[in-house]
Design a protein around this ligand. Structure first.
Ligand code: NIG
Ligand code: FE
Length: 433
């Protein structure tokens, strides 16, 4: 997929016309806050729609007939790039709110060991897992990491994603975590889409600190977080809070430090074991991610908060697990749910949101409409970016994905193929070559 314009130029006017199904994701109920329960079915669908964009923003949304009659459009017809969508489906660009793109090599030995029956924890204690990705990142140049991240962002855009949350977390020294965040920002500068960076210095306790994890937590709290905040290298701090990673106490210390330095928080929670979530709500986390194991009491508290439960079924699929997060239990209780890829070399090497949606439908019994909302507007909630992202409305960023299908339900239906034919990122076209 190629981009037709560099990020430094102001995007020219664009008109997407003759859209078969346009999913604006505009709220029908007018209720503010992340989408819950039945609200996940509100796709704001219109037939024969058109979207006018200028300078990277959506200017108007309506019928093709009205757009072509618009005096502003008529006057500038020659300057406007007109895209005939010929009955295709157009949706807001996906917001992939959980990815780990800064690594060097795939973990193929772990892959084979798992096929032969080893569990995620067994692989980690035998020297595989997250720790086996550290050496590659520590010894890589920033340029090499940046090129790797940029390629991932481009692949994601080719599958309809326009906003990406990208975590560090495979360096786990002050220097290599900062290098990872810098690589994310440099790649983001060369990509027309939007990147939100997250410091995941607390991904796992590195071997050097195996018997003194508190010392490592202090490095995260007193070195990594202050430096990332001061240099504006990250907007969020994440912690992998689970058996074999960080305890609830350590997680609270790290969240305290993030709050003190003005960074927002999110957490990997309940992937392997259940952790009580309610004590963390005082930090107003943007999201709790994975959520395979969660108590009824926490579900009830989450249904009253704006913290999003971000489900990443690609990890369950790739680990060959029988169980998936109980999306129905969460949705039916009123917890706002998002979907993300969790792109990473250990548990979810996919860049495809449509694949995550397909898994959500077939394995977690989410309806296609719920999966679309979870991967767009609720992804935007999970990044606290709903003023700019997640719906197609005048004033929001011009982030759109065109799918070569007649009905949006075909997006998760045709799994394993890419039906995205064009992506618009902040008003810049990235089209399939
Ligand atoms: O989200 N759970 C922690 N982090 C990743 C796995 C990272 C890895 O195995 O490299 C996840 O699944
Ligand atoms: Fe993750």
């Amino acid at each position: 997929m190629r981009n037709t314009r560099a990020k430094t130029e102001t995007p020219k006017p664009l008109l997407l016309a003759n859209i078969g199904q346009l999913l604006t994701l505009r709220s029908q109920s007018g209720h503010s806050g992340p989408r819950r329960g039945r609200e996940l079915n509100e796709l704001g669908t219109m037939e024969g729609g058109a979207v006018l964009c200028n300078a990277g923003k959506v200017v108007s949304v309506g019928t093709t007939k009205d757009a072509l009659r618009d005096p502003w459009v008529k006057k500038r017809r020659k300057q406007i790039t007109e895209i005939d969508c010929s009955g295709k489906v157009v949706i807001p660009g996906f917001v992939d709110s959980h990815t780990h793109p800064v690594f060097v090599r795939p973990r193929l030995v772990d892959f084979e060991k798992r096929i032969e029956g080893a569990t995620y924890e067994q692989i980690a204690s035998a020297g595989g897992g997250i720790r086996s990705s550290l050496e590659g990142v520590r010894s890589a140049t920033k340029t090499a990491l940046q090129e790797k991240v940029l390629q991932v962002l481009r692949d994601m855009a080719a599958h309809g994603t326009t906003t990406v949350e990208a975590k560090s977390g495979y360096g786990l020294t002050l220097e290599s975590e900062i290098k990872s965040l810098e690589a994310i920002l440099e790649a983001a500068f060369q990509w027309p889409g939007t990147v939100v960076s997250t410091l995941l210095g607390a991904h796992v306790v590195p071997k050097e600190f195996q018997d003194c994890s508190q010392k490592y937590v202090e490095i995260v709290c007193t070195k990594m977080i202050p430096q990332a905040a001061r240099r504006k290298l990250a907007q969020f701090v994440d912690v992998f809070c689970d058996k074999g990673a960080f305890t609830a106490d350590e997680t609270a210390q790290i969240f305290e430090s993030a709050a003190k330095h003005g960074l927002k928080v999110r957490g990997h929670m309940g992937q392997l074991t259940e952790t009580a979530l309610t004590p963390f709500l005082r930090f107003k986390p943007a999201s709790f991610d994975h959520m395979d194991h969660v108590s009824d009491a926490d579900i009830s508290r989450l249904s009253e908060s704006d913290t999003v439960a971000t489900l990443v079924p690609g990890a369950n699929y790739f680990l060959g697990l029988k169980g998936y997060p109980d999306a129905r239990r969460l949705i039916d209780a009123g917890v706002p749910v998002a979907l993300a890829t969790d792109y990473n070399p250990g548990t979810s090497p996919t860049i495809s949101i449509p694949m995550a949606m397909s898994l959500a439908c077939t394995q977690m019994k989410m309806l296609p409409a719920e999966a679309i909302s979870a991967a767009t507007i609720n992804g935007a909630w999970a990044l606290k970016m709903t003023n700019r992202k997640g719906t197609i409305e005048a004033g929001k960023d011009a982030d759109l994905a065109v799918f070569d299908v007649k009905d949006y339900r075909e997006i998760p239906y045709w799994y394993g193929v890419n039906r995205c034919s064009m992506t618009i990122l902040n008003g810049v076209i990235a089209a399939a070559d």
